[in-house]
Structures are given as C-alpha cells and as structure tokens.
Design a protein around this ligand. Structure first.
Ligand SMILES: [Zn+2]
Ligand SMILES: [Zn+2]
Length: 98
C-alpha cells in the first residue's frame, strides 16, 4: 500500500491525504463499535507523519480519555476521522488500548 489515499469527512470540511499505510482491517472492540455506531470500524494503520490534513484542521476536535487512544472527529458533521495510538520508543509496545 504505497499510494497516497485521499479522504474527507461527511461534510467535506476536513480533507486529508494518507500515505505509508501499513495495515488495513476491521476493529471490533467495544470502543470502535460505539465510535462508529456499527459492528466495527474499518481502520488503516499508518505512522502519524503519513497523515496530512489538507483542509479544515481547525474543524478537527479530539475526544481524549485517559489511558486510551485519542479519537479525532469533525466538529461540523461529527464524522470520525482518525485515532492516535502511542507506542514505546524503545520496544514498540503499544502503551494504551483502543
Ligand atoms: Zn465534517
Ligand atoms: Zn477498536
């Protein structure tokens, strides 16, 4: 998956390019089910530097809960746009849950 993908939220206020995708799949955890209002979320895993917000950065809001990945969404239409995970710089172990 070396190509750059282009995406947008429902209202089009936020647009983004994503490069360097490593894995694509579905997450069925309870948090992702609540986040999307469905049985799973389709996720593309990439390094943070691969994500470039090309429009509407000011519309992007964060849902933060201690011990979990930050979830980003459009403040205009509510679309989930991204989630951030933290990894240990030394061993690469994921430091929080979804
Ligand atoms: Zn939007
Ligand atoms: Zn999940």
């Amino acid at each position: 998956m070396s190509e750059v993908m282009h995406g947008a939220c429902l209202c089009g206020g936020i647009t983004f390019d994503l490069g360097g995708a490593e894995v694509m799949g579905a997450c069925h955890c309870t948090r992702c089910q609540r986040w999307t209002g469905s049985g799973n979320s389709m996720v593309i895993v990439a390094k943070p530097e691969g994500l470039k917000i090309t429009k509407g950065k000011e519309l992007m809001k964060t849902f933060h809960e201690e011990g979990f990945s930050d979830r980003f969404f459009c403040s205009q239409c509510g679309s989930p746009t991204a989630a951030g995970a933290k990894f240990c710089g030394q061993c690469g172990h994921r430091l929080e849950t979804a």
